[in-house]
Design a protein around this ligand. Sequence first.
Ligand code: PLP
Length: 227
Amino acid sequence: MSTIAANLTVIQRRIQAAAERSGRNPADITLAAVSKMHSEADIREAYAQGQRHFAENYAQHLRDKAAALCDLSDIRWHFVGHLQRNKIKYVIAARALIETVDSAALAGELDLAAGRAGVCLDCLVQVNIGRETQKSGVSLEEVEPVLTAVESANHLRLQGLMTIPPYDWEPEETRKHFSALRKLRDSIGGIARLPHLSMGMSGDYPEAVEEGATIVRVGTALFGNRN
Ligand SMILES: *Cc1c(COP(=O)(O)O)cnc(C)c1O
C-alpha cells in the first residue's frame, strides 16, 4: 500500500472511532484533504482511494489544480485561505466551498461575482474563536452581521462556521476552542441555520470530531510534510 493510502486508512479509522466515542454517525463527518503544496499526482492518488474533498489555501493554486484535475468528475474543492477580492474569480471557477468568509464586504463581492457567473456558492464564516489579534476570521461580536450578509445574498448559501484555533502542541488545549465554536453555533441558530462546523487539523482532528466537527481539514497527516 502507498503511504497516502495507508495514511488515509488511519485517518478514516480515527475519525470513525472519535465519532463513535461521542455518539455520532461517522457518515456526518467530511474529511477535507488539505493538498496545499502537494502535487496533482498526490491528489490523484488520494482520489483513487476514494477521497473526494480537497482544500487549497491559495486561490491561484486552487484554480490551477482544479483545471488540471477536471477529469476527476466528483472532486469537491474547499478554499481555506484568506481570500482577496481580485482572486475571487479563481475560486468561482472551481465552484469551491469558501470556508473563509470573514467580512460582510467579502460576502457582497462573492455574491456579485457568483451572480455574474450564474452559480451559487456554499460558504462558511470563519470565526476568530481564540481572539488572536493577528489571526484572520471574524471577531465574536461581528459574527452576526457577516452571517446575515451571507444569508441575504442571492448567490451564496450559508453552510456554517469554520475556525483555526490558536496552535497548541497539546490537542486537549485546542479542544476548548472547538467546544466554544460549537456553543457559539448552538447559541445563534443551531444546526438548522449552521449545519457545518469546520474545525480540526492533523494534530487534533479526533478531538474536533468529539466536539462536533462536521468537516476536518487534514494535510500533513495524509500527504506528509509540505515542501
Ligand atoms: C494547512 C491548513 C490545514 C491543514 O494543516 P495540517 O496541520 O497540515 O493538517 C488546515 N486548515 C487550514 C486553514 C490550513 O491552512
